[in-house]
Design a protein around this ligand. Structure first.
Ligand code: SF4
Ligand code: SF4
Length: 204
């Protein structure tokens, strides 16, 4: 399910993400998250930089902190896994129409990138995953993930998506006892979205 607003964090300073990781490690987080999110949104001028109103900016920061907290709590278990899947969002493809040469298999259900465009993020991320022995799925939404997990037995998974889709995917992984790691989109909007390949590489 998409957010009810669009965001683009591509131009936000890198120290914002360092601070997210730092804030996420703090033990008293569950009681102070609202205060922390507000102070981060103010410190990094999130509303001014992104055009989001204050409640939207706060929701975004809180969701990102949640992702970092979940990643940290799952990391040790994830590192012990061998058979892994990588789920990439279809909205980060260079083309959303038939210029994208990916093939869709409704039985999986997933796209498979055909590597038609060297500068496509999904192409680069697919190669990155395959080189590390991941099975890579380019999915139209988090609701495809339960069927994929039912068909193939994985121990761990990495997912790239916006916060709300990550939540859906995370629930599917929990139900199947898989260790997961998430990479949040920097820009949402359901087409021409993007994420950090550097963060993905580190996560894989
Ligand atoms: S590189 Fe892959 S995902 Fe990107 S447009 Fe081509 S086939 Fe589609
Ligand atoms: S992952 Fe992409 S397509 Fe799916 S809801 Fe989020 S922005 Fe939209």
């Amino acid at each position: 399910m998409p957010y009810g607003f669009s965001f683009d964090l591509s131009k936000i300073s890198k120290s914002f993400f360092r601070e997210l990781a730092r804030v996420s490690k703090q033990k008293e987080l569950h009681t102070r998250i609202g205060i922390r999110a507000r102070s981060m949104a103010e410190k990094f001028h999130l509303s001014e930089m992104t055009g989001l109103d204050v409640p939207e900016a706060l929701q975004l920061v809180e969701d990102l902190v949640d992702v970092y907290v979940q990643n940290a709590s799952q990391r040790a278990k994830f590192e012990k896994t061998r058979k892994r899947a990588l789920f990439l969002p279809h909205c980060s493809r260079k083309y959303m129409d038939n210029k994208c040469k990916a093939t869709f298999n409704p039985d999986v259900p997933s796209y498979k990138c055909a590597h038609c465009s060297p500068d496509c993020q999904v192409n680069k991320a697919t190669t990155m995953g395959e080189q590390r022995n991941y099975d890579v799925y380019v999915v139209p939404g988090g609701s495809c993930i339960p069927s994929i997990l039912k068909k193939f037995s994985y121990e761990g998974a990495v997912g790239v998506a916006c916060g709300q889709e990550l939540r859906l995917g995370g629930e599917a992984l929990d139900k199947n006892g898989l260790a997961g790691q998430a990479v949040p989109l920097l820009k949402n909007g359901c087409s021409n979205t993007n994420f950090s390949l550097k963060i993905l590489e580190k996560t894989l």
